[in-house]
Design a protein around this ligand. Structure first.
Ligand SMILES: NC(=O)c1ccc[n+]([C@@H]2O[C@H](COP(=O)([O-])OP(=O)(O)OC[C@H]3O[C@@H](n4cnc5c(N)ncnc54)[C@H](OP(=O)(O)O)[C@@H]3O)[C@@H](O)[C@H]2O)c1
Length: 315
């Protein structure tokens, strides 16, 4: 099939674009051409690159048409953050593509009731980003009878090339350095809140499976996460154990904890622990045959090894 992928050089696209090519598809990668993929792959030489600035083209009302003119059977949209963006794209693609796959987020869920959370849980998103993604999801699914659409909701993306969400639920790599050196770290509350990572290559795997299992995928939303969420305490202990050290953990109330970190780190941590995601992948496993290669900790380990190699951690 001819597959157009919007945003095909980022965290997910660096894996997905070559995977689609390897699966035998003709791949057209749309981006502004500013970024290079996170990893080398021979497939990039054969992949058609089309430079389009979505923001600029959307403002002039031409983005949807530019994508439709690529004449793809399948469009994978990794960079849609606003309902109007989804609407402009869908308007142009109606009757012109066989399958639109949209990248959502597990942030369409707010605080959990029963865990693991399934895709059937009522949407209780909070925060601007999650609410916008939930609105896009609801609208796209309402259009599924006109345009075959599938939505994949990844967890916290992990891979070599960028810092993963750490055991204090933010991106500060110094937390990993302290654990590596056997130094104490502070955790908010009892460290029992959760994060739910996924390796970017597993997200890529799931997109390819959704393309290949079109009839099961159309009209559906799927979580794409690792097989199990992890608690902050367990995460910190396992990272320390990798370096042969017992974790030195201090538990502080949220108010005390936030005083010891930057405003930015506190905001990111709050966003993650207020969600404390723990999502089920049973639906993707059953309908698409999704089988993640990485546990959360295996994915983090790969990313952490890269951070150590780059001397971002432990230096
Ligand atoms: N990050 C996470 O942990 C996470 C978790 C859950 C869900 N998600 C979802 O994952 C998706 C993002 O995927 P990602 O993290 O792989 O993306 P990313 O790493 O941010 O990559 C963005 C891609 O889009 C291109 N791009 C950016 N601005 C553009 C523009 N104005 N016009 C055209 N292309 C543009 C970039 O290339 P150029 O810069 O060269 O244009 C790049 O190829 C989003 O839908 C997000 O909601 C992310």
């Amino acid at each position: 099939m001819r597959v157009a992928i919007i945003g095909g050089t980022g965290h997910i696209g660096s894996y997905l674009t070559p995977r689609l090519f390897d699966a035998g598809h003709t791949v057209i990668c749309v981006s502004r051409g500013l970024r290079t993929p996170y990893r080398e792959h021979a497939a990039w030489r054969a992949i058609e690159r089309v430079e389009i600035d979505r923001t600029a083209e959307e403002a002039s009302g031409t983005f949807g048409e530019r994508i439709a003119k690529l004449d793809a059977d399948v469009v994978i949209d990794l960079t849609c953050y606003r309902l109007e963006s989804a609407q402009q794209l869908v308007d142009a693609l109606l009757g012109r593509v066989g399958h639109l796959l949209h990248c959502g987020t597990i942030w369409v869920h707010g605080p959990s009731v029963e865990v693991p959370t399934t895709e059937a849980a009522p949407r209780t998103a909070f925060g601007d980003y999650g609410q916008r993604k939930a609105a896009i999801e609801a609208w796209l699914l309402s259009k599924a009878s006109e345009l075959p659409v599938t939505i994949l909701h990844p967890g916290h993306l992990v891979g070599p090339g960028w810092a993963p969400i750490n055991p204090t639920a933010n991106f500060n790599p110094a937390v990993f350095s302290r654990l590596l050196e056997g130094k104490q770290i502070q955790l908010p509350n009892f460290g029992m809140e959760t994060v739910h990572h996924v390796h970017a290559d597993d997200v890529a795997q799931c997109f390819v499976k959704a393309v290949e299992h079109r009839s099961a995928a159309v009209g559906q939303a799927f979580h794409v996460v690792s097989p199990a969420a992890i608690t902050l305490q367990g995460y910190a202990e396992r990272v320390s154990a990798w370096f042969g050290r017992p974790a030195q953990l201090q538990f502080l109330s949220w108010e005390e904890w936030r005083q010891g970190v930057s405003e930015r780190d506190a905001a990111v941590t709050w966003d993650h622990i207020a969600h404390s995601p723990n999502c089920s992948i049973a639906k993707a496993r059953t309908l698409l045959g999704y089988e993640p290669r990485y546990s959360s900790l295996e994915a983090v380990r790969e990313s952490l090894d890269w951070l150590i190699e780059q001397r971002v951690v432990g230096n």
